[in-house]
Design a protein around this ligand. Structure first.
Ligand code: S3P
Length: 421
């Protein structure tokens, strides 16, 4: 697909439902004690896989114009079941946690080439301490991964060694089915969607800070209450167009109905202090960004919670005049592709100088739109493809070999792009 350059970014847009909330709401509804109705669910392939997987495990779901209905009560079937999570790391890790506490039973997990190579030992290690059995490929427990859920699992107290909401959440989901409380400690804050949504479903879940400032979350075993859910729009998808608006001469983009979690807005703070004009409602549900200046920035991985916006911030760094730095972003190596290498590669393809030094990434920008017209080959990474498309659209265009990669999270990405002028 050819992305045409010289694009302007002005208008009001809508983006899909938040992917993080969508996976969690589907799983909480599948575990719940009755029928839940969900509106605003992400329409991407990742969340569709989570829905299909709970169906494969015997949970009835229906989709109509008003949303999705999930008839809860998930218990593992007597026979071994195989489920396919496609490209979705979040769906996979959360589901592995959820099924471990719903035994006895055996579930075998599959996925695409990218997902199969992602490390699952970060979740199988704590979940085996709770009593789960795991047989994956290689020493990092790649897919296919066979999970044996016993009839009873035990709550644990676990220090998550890497900043990861997926790992924290996998343990908390397992904790719902344990025979005692489960505590997770994280030294770097990650997104709080699991904690908030479980509390909304009546689960006893509490958060404190220990003496080092680390967040400590404790969940009691329990069955979530069925309810109606409304999922807000996804800030990490909004980011592509909000950043593009700030980079585009006379650009301005407005989005409404975004999720509330303040941890998701680090990228907006970064561009605001680097020259973007940002107006946001106090609860962040409405954001309006317009063009100002484009200065280089320095940010740390802890500010971009989850790191999902690093690819689009890399586009900012490419177009700024001067050196931008991301520190402590080594976790990017474990995303859909090695995104640390991919971001450096993308920056170079669009004409900037990029250097990786340990877990840090430094980009010397070109001070304006790029005149390169690269061919973009990532096949399994929606965010690299969307960031590249924005860089090309702001510059001299680019060629996408796998435009369909956006379907994981944002099937209407090109329509939204076309709608802005
Ligand atoms: C997510 C957590 C993050 C993020 C992903 C969504 C979640 O991954 O990159 O897109 O919903 O829990 P990590 O847990 O690997 O940081």
């Amino acid at each position: 697909m050819r992305i045409v350059g010289g694009h302007r970014f002005s208008g009001e847009i809508d983006v899909p439902g938040d992917k993080s909330e969508s996976h969690r709401v589907v799983l909480i509804s599948a575990l719940a004690d009755g029928i839940s109705r969900i509106s605003g669910l992400s329409n991407g392939d990742d969340v569709a896989r989570t829905l299909a997987s709970v169906e494969d495990l015997g949970v009835r779901t229906t989709i109509d114009v008003s949303g999705v209905t999930v008839a809860g009560g998930l218990r593992l079937p007597a026979q071994e079941v195989s489920v396919d999570l496609g490209n979705s790391g979040t769906g996979l890790r959360l589901m592995v946690g959820a099924v471990v506490g719903r035994g006895p039973g055996i579930v075998s997990f599959r996925g695409d080439e990218s997902l199969s190579a992602r490390p699952m030992d970060r979740v199988t290690l704590p979940l085996s301490q709770m009593g789960g059995g795991f047989q994956g490929v290689g020493d990092r427990q790649g897919l296919p991964l066979v999970v044996t859920a016993p009839s009873d699992i035990t709550g644990i107290s676990y220090d998550v060694p890497v900043p990861s909401a997926q790992v924290k959440s996998a343990i908390l989901f397992a904790g719902l089915g344990a025979n005692s409380a489960t505590t997770v400690r994280e030294s770097v804050d990650t997104r709080r969607a699991t904690e908030e949504l479980m509390a909304d479903a009546g689960i006893a879940i509490a958060e404190t800070r220990d003496e080092t400032g680390a967040r400590v979350v404790t969940v009691e075993p329990g069955i979530p209450a069925a309810r109606d859910w409304q999922v807000g729009r996804d800030p990490s998808q909004a980011a592509f167009f909000l950043v593009a608006a700030a980079l585009s001469p006379s650009g301005r983009v407005r989005i409404e109905n975004l999720v509330r979690d303040p941890a998701r807005w680090g990228f907006l703070d970064v561009i605001e202090r680097s020259g973007a004009r940002v107006v946001r409602s106090s609860n962040h549900r409405i954001v309006d960004v317009s063009h100002g200046t484009v200065l280089p920035f320095t940010t740390d991985g802890a500010e971009i919670v989850g790191l999902d916006e690093v690819p689009i911030l890399t586009v900012w760094a490419v177009m700024a005049s001067g050196t931008s730095t991301f520190t402590n972003v080594g976790e990017l190596r474990h995303k859909e592709v090695d995104r640390l290498a991919a971001c450096a590669d993308m920056a170079r393809k669009f004409g900037a100088i990029a250097t990786i030094d340990g877990d840090n990434l430094q980009i010397e920008g070109i001070g304006g739109p790029t005149n390169q017209q690269p061919t973009i080959k990532w096949r399994h990474d929606h965010r690299m493809v969307m960031a590249s498309a924005i860089a090309g659209a702001l510059g001299a265009g680019c060629e996408l070999e796998h435009p369909e990669a956006v379907n994981s999270s944002f099937p209407s990405f090109y329509d939204v792009l076309d709608s802005l002028r």
